[in-house]
Design a protein around this ligand. Structure first.
Ligand code: 4AD
Ligand code: MG
Length: 457
């Protein structure tokens, strides 16, 4: 269907005075005796195109005035009567698809909670137009960042036999149900599709390390799955995960990479999506653009876990969960550190080994691991990162302490036998950074179809 995107008409690609065709959905319609006005949106930009109908020359079909109806309009592009920009003096209007009055997007501003009930329609609102534009621009920026620097993009398996994080959050993949006919679980898994226990991957890291120890620098960008039974504004069961893995990199090296990458992708969004960021600032987070500018221009803080625990204890603040050295920090602690103490992104480093995953490099103190989480104001953790344990014996002892089945990690252990090198990587939650950049407060509002405990569609 020959037509022009509305964004191209606003950007000056087409001269006024020319005849153009636009397609889109009716956002508002006003009818009077001699004139009618329709605001049309085609999703290519947040801005609506005003269609001006002089009834002396054009009779609009009744359906053209229905909210949500899809139209094709031909007319002359002219300077707008009010407020600058352009509008179209209609010469012909064709209704592509009528829309009945029960169309759910009737009110101008609907609550985000209400909009979640119609995920297939909420994408037609300004909010979701802006969210998904930023999401797309950021995804491209992430690829560009790594591609410009020679990283190899690898696709790691989604169905896996090994649990990366060891936190018991893996969805099981099976074609048969467990029944009395099996003597035990092992017997049952043997009968199942893969002949052993399988699940949806919580992280591509283990296979990412395999690739990094061949290609040097790699990254993944794909979905991860977590059967976390936590109904929070920051957790979904299916999220998109960016996981670079770098050979010959130690913890300070990977921290520098993470900081550079975060700044790079935020700068790209700031430069490419000014209209969207202005919209988020007006609707969702005052001072958003200043916050992002501050992030781009300043160093992130690097703080020892041990020091952060002391600062939290000294703060005098009553937390729901008390803080002690060795405890896993809760969101309330993470947010206090980044929002109240440092007021900027913070890399918290050197966590107690007992609260972190088996693969992290053990520090010489015998108590901590070379791991870091990147915490940001408003969201909390957006990155989980570490140097990996490259020593075979130390890795085996960490796994044995956790009662892990070594046979499921044979390849991973082999990497420590055949030319082991220091290497590090991190996992960035795509939806989490999107929340930070857009100011959206619920992860369900930055993903097309959120999957959460008790909810799928
Ligand atoms: O901290 P996590 O669990 O680290 C890993 O999976 C490592 N294997 C990454 C690596 O080193 N390659 O998860 C990494 C990030 C978190 O910081 C968070 O941003 C995101 O993934 N994430 C989630 N996002 C949304 N919903 C969930 N349920 C998430 N779980 C983790
Ligand atoms: Mg983590």
């Amino acid at each position: 269907m020959k037509h022009t995107d509305i964004r191209d008409l606003f950007s000056g690609k087409v001269q006024t005075g020319e005849t153009v065709t636009v397609c889109g959905w009716v956002r508002t319609a006003r009818d009077s005796k001699n004139m009618a006005f329709i605001e049309l949106n085609d999703g290519s930009t947040l801005k609506h195109m005003q269609i001006v109908i002089d009834k002396a020359s054009v009779t609009p079909p009744a359906a053209a005035m229905h909210l949500g109806a899809a139209l094709k309009v031909e007319g002359v592009l002219v300077p707008a009567q009010n407020g600058g920009g352009v509008e179209i003096n209609a010469a012909g209007i064709e209704v592509l698809g009528d829309c009945p009055p029960e169309y759910p997007l009737q009110k101008k501003f609907q609550k985000l909670e209400t909009l979640r009930e119609t995920p297939h329609l909420r994408v037609r609102t300004n909010t979701f137009n802006a969210v998904f534009r930023v999401r797309s621009v950021m995804a491209a920026a992430i690829h560009r960042y790594f591609q410009e620097r020679g990283y190899v993009y690898v696709n790691t398996p989604l169905i896996t036999g090994s649990d990366c994080e060891g936190a018991g959050e893996m969805f099981q993949v099976t074609t048969i149900g467990y029944s009395d006919k099996y003597k035990n679980r092992e017997d049952y898994y043997r009968d199942d599709f893969f002949g052993r226990r399988a699940g949806l991957s919580v992280s591509g890291q283990l296979e990412g390390e395999v690739a990094a120890l061949a290609f040097g620098k790699i990254y993944t960008f794909g979905p991860s799955f977590r059967a976390e039974n936590s109904n929070t504004p920051r957790h979904v069961a299916e999220f998109w995960h960016i996981e670079p893995e770098v050979a010959f990199a130690e913890l300070p090296d990977i921290i520098a990479i993470a900081e550079e990458m975060i700044k790079y992708i935020i700068r790209e969004v700031v430069e490419t999506c000014p209209t969207e960021l202005e919209f988020f600032e007006t609707r969702f987070e005052a001072g958003l653009r200043e916050k992002l500018r501050h992030v781009i221009e300043n160093d992130f803080a690097i703080v020892e876990y041990t020091d952060a625990v002391e600062q939290l204890k000294a703060s005098g603040k009553q937390f729901e969960y008390p803080v002690e050295w060795g405890c896993d920090l809760q969101t309330e602690h993470e947010r206090y550190i980044t929002e109240e103490i440092y007021k900027k992104p913070v890399f918290l480093i050197n966590y107690p080994k007992g609260i972190k995953a088996f693969y992290m490099k053990q520090n010489p103190d015998g108590k901590t691991v070379a791991a870091t989480d990147l915490l940001v104001p408003g969201v909390g953790e957006i990155i989980g990162c570490s140097e990996r344990e490259a020593d075979y014996d130390k890795l085996v002892s960490a796994m044995t302490e956790r009662d892990m089945d070594l046979s499921a990690y044979r390849d991973y252990l082999d990497l420590r036998r055949y030319g082991s090198v220091p290497h590090s990587g991190f996992g960035l939650g795509f939806e989490r950074i999107l929340m930070y950049v857009t100011g959206m407060q619920n992860i369900r509002d930055v993903i097309l179809y959120p999957r959460t405990v008790g909810s799928i569609r």
